[in-house]
Design a protein around this ligand. Structure first.
Ligand SMILES: [Cu+2]
Length: 540
């Protein structure tokens, strides 16, 4: 009952837009769309005269090379419907760029899309000027204009690119692609027969099979993010690949969804987790599934031992989603790495790098504390009728009870009406510095120097009005998770994004190696649009 009452109150607050909570004048928000002259209407959906989307190519980018990429609309068939999407060079996802560790290359981006854009290369420790954050590292690229991004690929692993302007629309429209950075050390990864890049996404289609519309002027679905109803792996609703018996296939996985977390599994095949955002784990592990929240990457090796059809699935505690399948047939692979696959390697170099960090920082007091919370229509100071409805203390009960099923992750949009109607005007998601009380883009005293290591305690407040998980992403640097709820991280790896389930506290050690002014934000892109972003600066 309280849940229902609370739901009504929240709905009134969101849909009614009782309070306007924006960044205020003079606050750069990393997203000029919301501060520019208000745009009206919705982004276009008409497919007439559009070229058909091409398959995603794999492009080898040599050191020093310049490559031209254009953003332009295409039509793509999803189910029985032609859908208008935005592409990088005509494909969704955009090209898979293969580069060598240590290489530098330039992407010359021409914007023939629907709105201003930038190219953010997620996870790359590149020069600050080319990080693609509007209002912070560059002015956005107007429609018709071009910008050259000089990219640096310092670390082996998988990275990805997308716009940092109205990212909610950009990602849903198909603007994302990946970089695979091949290590210079041939033994860096275990042996595999083949490597594939997989973007895990979902797309929200209406009853007519066409994508739900996006308002040009403001982001909606800001409460929970825009969940899709149709799974979309590598731009396919039924992604398939073939393998030979005995083949080991390395999958580079990235979650490119607006909000949906994926628990990726291939039942019947054997899966080994070898790497994450910026390289390999200290210890390899066999896993049943790998969990990725938006922005995160995982590198898994999969052994297909026997012939057969193997489903690719996303599993939640309640549901299974088919993502596609792998067809294993024909004669056994000529060179099988099954034996190497069976061994779990310890990567001593990683352990030797990580151990001193844990020794020095695990029990040290945090340098910075960041709380994740929400202001929804200023409920606390809301019209008195709401307080009467809540009747002293009951409001708190209702809030605590909201989604209080022991689940610390929201796998689905179970509050669709409220979520749809929530916008950047009616609620603000917050990163709050616990020491100063400053929030989001008003945080102005996170100033560090190259060489610093900063311990940050991030707390996801479960007593906020709508607690949910937040994947927190730091630009331009790398960090290691030291502990979760006080428990030491047993298998460290360098990351740029980490998930904070509801109520959890995560201590990270951020290594500042790259000068400039950088963003940190939630990678549920509607949350970021609704305020959940800040900057920190690193001096040479
Ligand atoms: Cu968030």
């Amino acid at each position: 009952m309280m849940k229902i009452i609370f739901a009504i109150i929240v709905f009134a607050a969101i849909a009614g837009g009782i309070y306007v909570l924006t960044g205020g004048p003079g606050v750069r928000n990393g997203s000029p769309a919301s501060s520019a002259v208000p745009a009206t209407g919705v982004f276009p959906q008409d497919v007439s005269d559009l070229p058909e989307a091409k398959p995603t190519p794999e492009i080898t980018l040599g050191d020093g090379e310049t490559y031209d990429v254009g953003i332009f609309p295409v039509k793509k068939k999803i189910g029985d419907t032609w859908v208008r999407m935005l592409s990088y060079n005509g494909s969704v996802p955009g090209p898979v760029f293969r580069v060598k560790e240590g290489a530098e290359a330039t992407i010359r981006l021409k914007n023939d899309g629907d709105l201003e854009t930038t190219l953010h290369s997620h996870g790359l420790r590149l020069e600050n000027l080319f990080d693609g954050v509007p209002g912070v590292t560059q002015e956005p690229i107007k429609v018709g204009d071009t910008f050259e991004y000089r990219l640096k690929f310092s670390d082996p692993g998988m990275y990805w690119y997308h716009p940092h302007v109205r990212t909610d629309y950009g990602l849903e429209a198909g603007l994302y692609g990946t970089y695979i950075v091949d290590p210079t050390d041939a033994g860096y990864w275990p042996k595999a027969n083949r490597e594939l890049s997989l973007t895990l996404d979902d797309i929200a289609l209406g009853k007519d099979g066409r994508p739900l519309s996006f308002d040009r002027g403001e982001t909606d679905h800001t409460l929970m993010g825009r969940f899709g109803d149709t799974m979309f792996v590598n731009g396919e609703t039924d992604y398939r690949f073939a393998a030979a018996p005995g083949e080991v296939v390395r999958l580079y996985l990235v979650n490119t969804a607006n909000v949906r977390p994926f628990d990726f599994t291939i039942p019947g095949a054997k899966m080994k987790l070898v790497g994450a955002d910026l390289g390999r784990y200290a210890r390899e592990t066999f896993v049943e599934s790998v969990m990725l929240s938006p922005g995160e990457r995982r590198v898994v090796d999969v052994l297909f031992g026997m012939p057969g059809e193997f489903p690719i699935e996303h599993r939640t505690p309640e549901k299974r989603y088919a993502l596609g399948s792998v067809s294993v047939s024909g004669s056994p692979i000529a060179v099988s790495y099954a034996e190497e696959f069976a061994a779990l390697r310890e990567n001593r170099a990683v352990a030797e790098e990580m151990n001193p960090l844990f020794g020095e920082y695990l029990s040290k007091a945090p340098d910075k504390k960041l709380d994740l919370t929400l202001a929804m229509g200023g409920m606390m100071g809301a019209p008195s009728g709401m307080h009467r409805m809540s009747g002293g203390g009951m409001m708190e009960d209702a809030m605590m009870g909201m989604g209080d099923d022991g689940e610390t992750i929201e796998w689905e949009d179970e509050m669709a009406a409220m979520n749809t109607g929530s916008t950047t005007k009616t609620l603000t998601w917050k990163l709050r510095d616990a020491a100063t009380g400053k929030e989001n883009m008003r945080i102005d005293d996170w100033k560090f120097k190259v060489g610093d290591k900063v311990k940050i305690r991030i707390f996801n407040d479960s007593s906020s009005m709508h607690p949910m998980q937040h994947p927190i992403h730091f630009h331009g640097q790398r960090f290691v998770v030291l502990s979760t709820n006080g428990v030491r991280n047993a298998d460290p790896v360098w990351q740029d994004t980490t998930l904070l389930p509801k109520g959890e506290t995560v201590d990270i050690l951020l290594e500042l190696t790259n000068p400039g002014e950088w963003m940190a934000h939630c990678h549920i892109v509607e949350h970021a649009e609704a305020g959940m972003m800040m900057t920190f600066s690193v001096e040479k």
